[in-house]
Design a protein around this ligand. Structure first.
Ligand code: NAD
Length: 265
């Protein structure tokens, strides 16, 4: 592998998103797959990462989080589960980290923050470049329409474990950014639950094979604004994560955002 090639390890490589990341890395001429890591005890351990991703033989067998599993990598791209990231973090060394795993507990968040003292870290609830544009638009709309009621609706496939989605929470944070204060969130409504002025409502739909859809409603007296994004395949997350991985090259340790990656800051 030439020195110009950015060496990528994928954590969660056998997962729904991880497989698309593996496929996208194998397709890219400026990136090289050097490690692919999955859950200990998985039937897929030792199987070829490319084949598991449904593409060509890669020569990289699926391994598990353990000492030296990332030693050859410049960047670890993580789409595992909170336990997977937590287990793998001690083995990252000074690799850059691009992490999309959502639903992290406070201890794992603290470990991610600590890693940023050693290497560039890009953490995003959603690596889709379109969603990151939506985050910026939501902040602009919230600033310009301070009295409009905001309701966020998200839909995901039936297997998704955490709710609301990390992206819905990021959208709520963008609303807060636009309005200059963190919003109070109302998660769904049930029974006697009138709207409270200024609160942001969040609603999570779980159904079928929906990849990921987010809508932000801003409703006032006489009009409604609807901003939205639809992910049509997991390739959107994979390609955004690859763009983030490329961005880490030559960067100082620290935390960066997808807005930095997209030049929106
Ligand atoms: P998935 O369940 O299909 O894949 C998770 C993978 O992680 C599996 O292959 C599993 O074997 C592996 N894993 C679990 N425990 C592990 C461990 N201890 N060590 C190593 N690997 C382990 O899930 P998915 O739909 O691919 O989503 C993965 C994560 O990414 C979730 O947290 C999801 O919410 C998040 N996600 C983020 C984005 C984004 O853009 N940020 C987009 C989609 C999904």
């Amino acid at each position: 592998m030439s020195d110009d090639v950015l060496r990528i390890a994928v954590l969660g490589a056998a997962g729904r998103v991880g497989r698309r990341v593996v496929a996208a890395v194998l397709e890219a001429t400026d990136l090289g797959l050097v490690a692919a890591v999955t859950r200990p005890g998985s039937d897929l351990v030792y199987q070829d990462a490319g084949r598991v991703a449904g593409v060509a033989f890669s020569g990289i067998p699926l391994g598990t989080p353990e000492k030296d599993c990332f030693f050859d990598a410049d960047v670890v791209i993580d789409f595992s589960l909170p336990g997977g990231l937590r287990e793998a973090l001690p083995f990252l060394g000074d690799c850059a980290l691009v992490t999309g795993t959502t639903g992290l507990d406070a201890d794992t968040e603290a470990l991610v923050a600590a890693h940023a003292a050693k290497a560039p870290v890009i953490q995003a609830a959603n690596f889709s470049t379109g969603v990151n544009v939506l985050l910026g638009l939501a902040a602009i709309a919230a600033r310009a329409l301070p009295d409009h009621d905001v309701e966020i609706v998200e839909a995901h496939h039936r297997h998704k474990k955490d709710a609301p989605s990390g992206t819905a929470l990021a959208l709520a944070a963008a609303i807060g950014e636009g309005r200059g204060e963190a919003p109070i969130l109302d998660h769904g409504r049930h029974g006697l639950a009138p709207r409270v002025a200024g609160h942001v409502g969040l609603h999570a739909l779980r159904m079928g094979d929906v990849v990921g859809e987010h809508q932000v409603w801003l409703a006032g007296e006489g009009d409604r604004v609807l901003l939205g994004h639809v992910a049509t395949s997991r390739d959107t997350f994979a390609h955004g994560a690859l763009r983030a991985a490329r961005f880490t090259r030559g960067r100082a340790p620290g935390r960066y955002t997808m807005r930095d990656v997209l030049g929106l800051t």
